[in-house]
Design a protein around this ligand. Structure first.
Ligand code: GAF
Length: 388
């Protein structure tokens, strides 16, 4: 956000709430390079933060009231009495910041009221973690304002608790960890079992490459049943195999494991998770070896696995992948939870425009809504911004 935009946001806060904010915080959305639907299986993921972020001006209140306002929606602030804060008590976008306050209090933190004025340019329902950005920016601001001293992983866990326990979406911790922990110029290699992590340099411009995001504009949601059913199938697979989580099935033992699962659908779900964890490891090895271009085929392999084994793609995502591959992309896959949302496309810098156009043309021919296409630039994670 530019200095002028920040000043305008702070001025908006003062107009809404009658005094200047105590501070401004921001938290990004993300794309996930590889490692999809692995996080709730204790597996590996590899997100990078986007420049698109939720930015909030925030002040403390002493009366146990939370007020939240969205610059984009611009209806009067939602006013929430924290004494009445229970899952389901707040609907719409305000459930995310309210859920974070609920989760903080559930975890025993002494958080009173606050006024929030939020601006977000993370596309909503596009699989780019607009909700995690809102959760993490709220958790970070309140941690600092109330002196809670929460670390990055704590912020992510609070955001996930808000999403699971308050909003009611049974998601893993990928999105919140990405928003809290990613770093500018890096992809984050994360083990979701113990949250151990490594920042992997991901400077595509220096390689003459680009990562495009194709937002299909097909909206998705995780509070509906399909995401939860995938998770339940994975848990059924782990139970059938007698392991704590599918992460505990080594790739070398996949065939033997599959032979022990009776249900064909569960077998497919397990195959996706085990092969996807293996793909993350192969991508990491290639990036460590400086062979960025060579990750392309693994992205496509991941997409096919998500499409056929995990069944979370949709015609628009498949078309984005197929059209970009036909136009010469190095690789492409859906990113995020699926059922709509966005694809990522790895391209040579000098082909980016032509490949973007080929995807847009293919969408037009198929009669789909025009996609929004932009470049993913690995950006910083959540942080406080200076107020000038
Ligand atoms: C969504 C969820 F929120 C994440 O936790 C993760 O499971 C992802 O889908 C799929 O990898 O973004």
């Amino acid at each position: 956000m530019s200095t002028e935009d920040l000043a305008a946001l702070a001025a908006g806060h003062e107009r809404l709430y009658g005094s200047a904010p105590d501070g401004i915080w921001t938290a990004p959305g993300r794309v996930n390079l590889i490692g999809e639907h692995t996080d709730y299986n204790d597996g590996f993921v590899m997100p990078l933060a986007l420049p698109h972020s939720a930015t909030a001006t925030v002040s403390r209140r002493t009366d146990g009231v939370l007020r939240v306002h969205s610059r984009e929606i611009d209806t009067p602030p939602a006013v929430i009495d924290l004494a009445d804060l229970a899952p389901g008590s707040v609907a719409g976008w305000a459930a995310y910041p309210a859920g974070v306050v609920w989760a903080l209090r559930e975890a025993g933190h002494a958080v009173g009221g606050a006024d929030l004025h939020v601006a977000s340019d993370v596309p909503v329902g596009a699989g780019l973690s607009s909700s995690a950005a809102l959760e993490v920016v709220t958790a970070l601001a309140l941690s600092e304002l109330y002196g809670l001293g929460l670390g990055r992983e704590d912020l992510a866990r609070i955001g996930q608790r808000a999403e699971n326990g308050y909003v009611g979406a049974p998601t893993g911790i990928l999105d919140q960890m990405a928003s809290a922990c990613c770093a500018e110029g890096y992809a984050l290699h994360l083990d979701t079992r113990d949250l151990s992590q490594r920042q992997i340099p991901f400077d595509l411009a220096a390689e003459g490459l680009r990562l495009l995001v194709v937002d299909t504009q097909v909206k998705h949601a995780h509070a509906d049943g399909a995401y939860g059913r995938r998770r339940a199938s994975c848990e059924a697979g782990a139970a059938a195999l007698g392991v704590r989580a599918l992460r505990d099935i080594p790739f070398a033992e996949l065939d033997a494991a599959l032979a022990r699962i009776e249900d064909a659908e569960v077998r497919r779900r397990v195959r996706h998770v085990v092969t996807e964890n293996h793909r993350v490891e192969r991508v990491v090895a290639l990036l460590d070896a400086g062979r960025v271009r060579d990750i392309g085929p693994l992205l496509v392999e991941g997409h096919i696995s998500l499409r056929d084994d995990f069944e979370v793609s949709c015609p628009e995502l498949d078309l984005a992948v197929e059209a970009s591959a036909s136009a010469g992309a190095l690789g492409a896959r859906m990113t995020g939870g699926g059922f709509g949302g966005s694809a990522i496309v790895l391209v040579e810098e000098d082909t980016a425009e032509a490949i973007g156009k080929a995807v847009a043309d293919a969408f037009a021919v198929a009669g789909h809504t025009a996609p929004r296409i932009f470049t993913a630039i690995p950006s910083p994670g959540a942080r406080r911004l200076p107020v000038r």
